[in-house]
Design a protein around this ligand. Structure first.
Ligand code: GLV
Ligand code: MN
Ligand code: MN
Length: 410
């Protein structure tokens, strides 16, 4: 009797504490998101910009141009991050936009078209998947209800509910207005520019991505009495599939990337044979045909491994965007700015996804990359040299001013 009472108390306490631990971490993250957004808005307003927030929580800070009827030239990136994210991924592009506004203010320089600095909601797709949801909704790739209804990967709380909680479910309609051009500055997040000794990458496009959700189902059974020959261990199957994902990446070298970054094991108990495993796959390649071949290899390998062990497997494609070339005039504006300023540079294709990928569907778009230390990103050690960050900002400013003063296309 005493034993049962004691066990019940322990279980009760664990259950009581578990959600509290989880929620307190999430609450800190959500509060930090709200604080960062409010700080950005304050700095923009101090820079003389008018600020609007749309129903996706995307924040637009507008610096007036001489002709208010012209569509604005837009720049920016995102303020959200990864669980182990550094301080430059996304934030650099937003701060570079703010810095160019402050520079134009200091010079008393008026552009023909307005300039808008944007902080997009949920670029990372880490807590709420997929990625680039704010810019995707702006570009009409996701409808608003679908985007706001994206659930947290662990708790199921929706993106829309969290935006409301921090006061950033704004009043403005999402997208549906012309943008003259979009330029985004970002750290490269890979090793190419640093190895080449070039402070500027002229980004000509982004590689394509395919994301999958894979569920492997076997049978829970006791870890002791169940002989090895009678097991349908979902985790053993998933482990072999994860190894296959890695092999598919190597088989399509040098450009393919293949990652499993999220996995859940059920029931996740030391002495129960796992009956179900859920994991995600992130495939990337600059050529669509290779992404398609990788897709075929993934499906064949998962089925072969499942059959070998007597498991069921569901391979669900969760998200896809094709390799995205950027606009040739915007690329030329970036290249022209780099050459005038005299920075060493090279053309580069983005390995990461960016809001620029979705903006390229609704506006002429290009990006500016600067190197990051040892090519490391999505890690708190992420670092970049101040002189490279300043060079990227300089190039962004020149490209945007040239575009904002160009005669509008008729
Ligand atoms: C965004 O960080 C990505 O996954 O490329
Ligand atoms: Mn980013
Ligand atoms: Mn990122």
């Amino acid at each position: 009797m005493v034993d049962h009472f004691w066990i019940a108390r322990v279980i009760e306490r664990v259950l009581e504490r578990m959600p509290r631990v989880k929620l307190s971490v999430i609450e800190d993250v959500v509060a930090a998101d709200g604080e960062a957004r409010r700080l950005f808005i304050r700095w923009c307003e101090e820079g003389g910009c008018s600020v609007r927030v749309d129903q996706m929580g995307n924040i637009f800070a507008r610096r007036a141009g001489r002709d208010p009827k012209l569509p604005s030239v837009m720049t920016g990136s995102h303020l959200d991050t990864q669980p182990t994210g550094g301080k430059f991924d996304g934030a650099y592009g937003v701060m570079a936009g703010l810095e160019l506004v402050r520079t134009l203010n200091d010079l008393g320089y008026e552009t023909e078209a307005p300039i808008e600095v944007v902080a997009w909601t949920n670029e990372e797709g880490s807590r709420f998947s997929p990625a680039m949801v704010g810019s995707g909704a702006f570009a009409g790739v996701f409808d608003l209800a679908e985007a706001l209804g994206r659930p947290d990967n662990v708790t199921g709380i929706t993106l829309g509910a969290e935006l409301e909680r921090i006061g950033f479910a704004g009043p403005e309609p999402v997208g549906g207005r012309p943008v003259a051009a979009y330029f985004e500055a970002h750290i490269e997040q890979g090793p190419i520019l640093e190895a080449a000794g070039k402070p500027i990458g002229v980004v000509t496009g982004a590689q394509g991505q395919r994301w999958y959700e894979i569920t492997v189902v076997g049978q829970e059974a006791h870890a002791g009495p169940t002989p090895m020959t009678r097991r349908r261990d979902a985790l053993v199957g998933a482990a072999r599939m994860i190894d296959a994902v890695n092999r598919i990446g190597h088989d399509n070298a040098p450009y393919a990337c293949a990652t499993v970054g999220f996995a859940q094991v059920f029931p996740n108990s030391r002495n129960t044979i796992p009956g179900r495993v859920f994991f995600t796959v992130d495939f990337r390649h600059p050529e669509d045909a290779t992404l398609t071949a990788m897709d075929g290899a993934l499906r064949a390998e998962c089925q072969r491994i499942a059959d070998q062990i007597g498991l069921q497997v569901e391979v669900k494609e969760f998200w896809y965007f094709p390799p995205t070339p950027f606009d040739k005039d915007c690329i030329a504006a970036v290249r022209g700015a780099v050459e005038r300023a005299g920075y060493a540079h090279m053309d580069i294709i983005s390995g990461a996804g960016h809001d620029a990928v979705y903006m390229a569907r609704v506006a002429p778009t290009a990006m500016v990359f600067v190197p990051c230390e040892n090519g490391i990103s999505h890690n708190e050690v992420e670092n970049a040299r101040p002189e490279d960050l300043a060079a990227g900002c300089d190039v962004l400013l020149q490209a945007i001013v040239a575009r904002a003063n160009a005669a509008p296309a008729r």
